[in-house]
Design a binder for this molecule. Structure first.
Ligand SMILES: Cc1ncc(COP(=O)(O)O)c(C=O)c1O
Length: 436
């Protein structure tokens, strides 16, 4: 209550604008997760690590454009390259050089990316990956993870939010072709897979469950699921839309000796512009080729009016060049910030939370009596999620620290060590409030 009052006092212009937004937009927003009580502030601008709202409040941002901005907002070099591109043009609808440059960089860093197709969102990338898998295997069913989030593609819109047995949306007609596995539970997962193996086209997994609670998969889990897939001619798809280029220059899978058939990328590789990427080996991606297969044999993948547009391609390519040049310096910094933050938070809350994550990603789970570990999205959902929202909102209202309430935080290169201290101080205040 107190925090809501503080927030309302600071965000009068946002409140007014949000009322207007509600008049034109469903629930006032364009993505359900962007709403939080009592109303989301309206952003005026962003700069480096800050979001600035229309009331001129400044927030240190941990949402960072859905975690796409690993270098922070308005990175200078990306801005100048985009300005340069704009001075030429911004939309061709034809093949452009920038896309070849970006693909060359991705392909070198992500060995599975022998062939690439671009779309404008991660949702499309996973949708196309599913379609390609069904074409190659001539099977229909896709296995995903309880709590796995791959965008709003109809093909994967099941078991996203707990309780997982409820449908995610009205208007879905083909949920029977999606089955779901308990993350990090190998025995149960393999049992489910065995029952469906003859109709399974693919298994799709995020190596770190993002929206589902910032929970890394164990290496053993991923390796064994992959082995099952390969033995049974099922495609093993890794969705690295969050994890690609987040912890190292390349994907997370390379560090686990995994050999996925297809990988989807997005977010970071678009340099802050709209992107989705389907990457795969030649032998599989050829099933999309119009020169090899007839219309009835091939899969339509990639594309859309704005796919591979010169601005996105320029931003993504510049992003990867900067990240590559910064190299270990960048990743060591971000990964160490994450480690320090997770340790600090767990210590401060003294056993009442578990802060999950890996590298620069972190999320604090408030434990309930029945939950003492966070291995999967069910554990995360059974935690005290209301308290997590209160905690994040406390930081927004009192200390100008922005986590999208309930969502994991991500460090960017624009953050500094002082930001860890700021989170620590705000957390202390939150704890004092609760002790009162
Ligand atoms: C793992 C994962 N896959 C796919 C998507 C969908 O990407 P987009 O929002 O660009 O459609 C997301 C978005 O957050 C994601 O986290």
């Amino acid at each position: 209550m107190e925090d809501t009052k503080t927030y309302r006092l600071k965000t009068g212009k946002s409140a007014k604008l949000f009322e207007k937004s509600k008049k034109y937009h469903v629930d006032g927003v364009h993505h359900n997760i962007r709403f939080f009580e009592p109303y989301p502030f309206v952003t005026k601008s962003a700069n480096r690590k800050f979001l600035i709202d229309v009331d001129s409040n400044k927030y240190v941002d941990y949402w960072m454009g859905h975690w796409s901005l690993i270098l922070g907002h308005t990175q200078k070099k990306i801005a100048s390259q985009i300005k340069k591109q704009l001075s030429y043009d911004w939309m061709h609808g034809t093949l452009n050089k920038n896309s070849i440059e970006l693909s060359e960089k991705i392909s070198k860093a992500v060995p599975v990316a022998e062939k690439i197709r671009y779309a404008s969102t991660g949702t499309e990338a996973t949708m196309y990956a599913v379609r390609l898998a069904r074409t190659i295997t001539k099977r229909k069913t896709i296995a995903k993870i309880d709590g796995g989030w791959h965008g709003y593609t109809t093909d994967l819109l099941k078991t996203v939010n707990w309780p997982f047995h409820k449908s995610e949306s009205s208007g879905l007609t083909d949920e029977k072709h999606i089955i779901s596995l308990p993350y990090n539970n190998l025995e149960k997962s393999v049992k489910i897979l065995k029952m469906k193996k003859n109709d399974l086209a693919a298994v799709i997994i995020e190596p770190v469950l993002g929206g589902g609670g910032c929970i890394p998969a164990t290496k053993e889990y991923l390796l064994c699921i992959q082995e099952f897939c390969h033995k049974n001619n099922i495609l093993f798809i890794l969705d690295e839309i969050v994890t690609g280029f987040r912890f190292r220059f390349g994907c997370l899978y390379n560090t686990m000796k995994l050999d996925p058939d297809l990988v989807t990328l997005g977010k970071i590789v678009g340099g802050g512009f709209p992107i989705g990427v389907i990457c795969g080996k030649n032998e599989l991606m050829k099933y999309a080729s119009t020169s090899i297969f007839s219309k009835t044999e091939r899969a339509y993948i990639g594309g859309g009016t704005f796919s591979a547009n010169p601005l996105t391609m320029m931003a993504g390519s510049t992003m990867l060049t900067i990240i590559k040049n910064k190299g270990d310096l960048l990743y060591n910094k971000l990964n160490s910030f994450g480690i320090e933050t997770r340790k600090m938070l767990d210590k401060k809350f003294g056993g009442s939370v578990i802060t999950t994550g890996i590298g620069s990603l972190f999320l604090t789970h408030f434990l309930n009596d029945s939950i003492y570990k966070i291995n999967n999205a069910t554990d995360a959902a059974k935690c005290n999620t209301k308290k997590l929202h209160d905690y994040h909102f406390h930081m927004i209202a009192n200390d100008g620290i922005f986590f999208l309430p309930g969502k994991l935080g991500a460090y960017s290169d624009a953050h500094t060590k002082s930001d860890i201290n700021a989170i620590a101080k705000s957390t202390d205040k939150f704890l004092t409030k609760f002790k009162k």
